[in-house]
Design a protein around this ligand. Structure first.
Ligand SMILES: [Zn+2]
Length: 56
């Protein structure tokens, strides 16, 4: 399986993208685009939800 190593823009940790994932498609389209690891995207999602509820 071909996977690529990318760096998370948030925590600067390296992580791998695997074929079939959204990030992999994104990587194939544009290698210079911004990538975010699983942990950070989870945290960002949580923050977004929190902010959403705060805004009500
Ligand atoms: Zn991260």
């Amino acid at each position: 399986m071909v996977s690529y190593e990318v760096i998370c823009y948030n925590c600067k940790k390296k992580f791998r993208v695997f074929p079939g994932s959204t990030r992999y498609k994104q990587f194939k389209k544009n290698r210079n685009s911004i990538f975010c690891c699983e942990d950070c995207s989870h945290n960002i999602r949580l923050e977004a939800i929190k902010n959403f509820f705060r805004g009500i």
